[in-house]
Design a binder for this molecule. Sequence first.
Ligand code: VGL
Ligand code: ZN
Length: 219
Amino acid sequence: MRSADDVLLLIDLQYDFMPGGALAVAHGDEVVPVANRLAQAFSHVVLTQDWHPAQHVSFAASHAGRQPFETIALPYGEQVLWPTHCVQGTAGADLHRDLHVPHARAIIRKGHHADVDSYSAFLEADRATPTGLSGYLRETGANGGAHGGVKRVYCCGLATDYCVAWSALDARAAGFEAVLIEDASRAIDLNGSLAAAWEQLRAAGVKRAQSAEVLRGAA
Ligand code: VGL
Ligand code: ZN
């Protein structure tokens, strides 16, 4: 079992990101059994859910004449327009039924502000609004805040080049060690986004690991 310094962050294992879903990630369902195995090795697991209101600013359908996968300029920067996905309370926003992590301690829902997207589990796309996750991780962990909380965040899930990468980068920026578990994640890979994400992750000091290494305590 991993020490209480470590948390496993399982990102967006929701039907809309699975094959057949509204924003399907190729082979996304293959990560569910890997996530289940990893979760058995961590006492501290946190889940995330992409959780948008129906007219969310990241949806192409919210912008007249715009198509999915185009980009637009928003006050906080460039935004990819996505197919409508993970609408609050819909079946597509549900976690995959084969995900078995009954000991998960928290579920962070993100992207719930209508006018701001949030790939990251830590900080919304305006790069100013925290989700509360870093405060939660600092206050919990080994023996609670008084003894220092979580030190290392293991990230995996969907999608490698968006929500997983941004979460790992923001974990680093918040002062945690960060590890991205590659084979427990799958990518969207839009216009070179996967290679760009790996370059950013490397530059930020996020470790790239495989689930087997994590499971045998080598990463
Ligand atoms: C995600 C695009 C839009 C993700 C979420 O989970 O990676 N990507 N919303
Ligand atoms: Zn989304």
